[in-house]
Ligand binder design. Sequence first.
Ligand code: UD1
Ligand code: UDP
Length: 366
Amino acid sequence: MHAPITHVLGARPNFVKAAPVIRALAGLGHEQRVVHTGQHYDERMSDVFFVQLGLPEPDVNLGVGSGSQARQTAEVMIGMEQEFTENSPSVAVLYGDVNSTLGAALAGAKLGVPLAHVEAGLRSFDDTMPEEINRRLTDQLCGLLFATSPEAVGHLAREGRPVSSVHLVGNPMIDTLLASLGKFDDRAARAAHGLTGRYVVATLHRPGNVDDPETAARLVRALHEVAAEVDVIIPLHPRGRATLTAAGLLGEPRVRVVDPLGYLEFMSLVRGAAAIITDSGGVQEETTLLRVPCLTLRPSTERPITITSGSNRLVTTRDLAAAVLKACDDGPYAGELPPLWDGKAGPRIARILTGWLNAPGGGGDD
Ligand code: UD1
Ligand code: UDP
């Protein structure tokens, strides 16, 4: 017997990625512990995902909440240090690139906790994004690195991570998507929001887009330009609410602004959309699989495979309206999907973790 496997979850994208890993490990009979850092805490940013994705209730919530980059990361470190000291895991599994991920990695590494990173090796090479710093440092601290795409494997090799620690396993976010496909109902989603014709879904929450009032104003003008041609619905992340509202987002009737949606309602809308406007990481991947044209309002992406394998394109506010109209007219892209985005990443990760725990001299040896 080995100690429980601890999963550290904090923010919305973590929940979507962890669900298939936790399910697959449960299927292999592992004892598991779920720690919620509390980085995201609104019902619509957190609880709804636990219910809809069948995630187990967290064993503990650290209640970290919102704060500056340093404060939030530090609060996670303090909480995770206590958690790891009181409940020493056989391995801690960390997800993605949020502050909770790095805080847990730093606390765990200093206590000698074996660490696994799901979604290792993604790089935007843009250090103005806190996520890029979180990713790079987390990958340096974790001994098991689970990559979603071949270029991520290359980045890890170039950064000196041992080949034996890196595993190309596919994409657990896509596992969740494929497992939920039968529950998406775009007709109901359309009816719920009074969308009768062609529509575009937008999600925007990157500091680079929504924190600065002038940038937010440019963004709102661009969204209004799009709305002059096609209905736009925005499930608005709490981060952008104040600046985008102050910039006049609500002043155009063809822009529908709604609260963040539950996973099933959100993906139902995305599946039925003519195109997506986003700065989300996960949405770039989900639209690749669903073959919905995606316009990413960012200067770079850590997920270039969504451009080479899907219909993702990087755009600026200046060319947004024209790009959306072209994407709506061009329709879906039928290219080859990224390797191993087949719904089996969770089971692959579970098998590798089990092998590692059971190996002589491996993490599971008491
Ligand atoms: C975080 C992640 C980002 C990820 C995003 C997913 C970091 C550095 N950023 O960004 O990588 O793409 O989550 O959604 O970890 N807020 C609420 N309710 C909540 C959570 C947040 O109102 O439940 C508001 C607070 O005003 C808070 C702000 O949103 O200050 C930002 O939240 P935070 O967790 O710091 O970063 P995100 O922008 O959500
Ligand atoms: N999502 C959702 N409801 C929403 C917006 C997003 O369920 O209103 C889901 C969607 O699956 C997305 C995931 O949450 O991929 C993570 O979203 P987010 O854009 O917040 O994080 P990122 O991937 O940019 O880190």
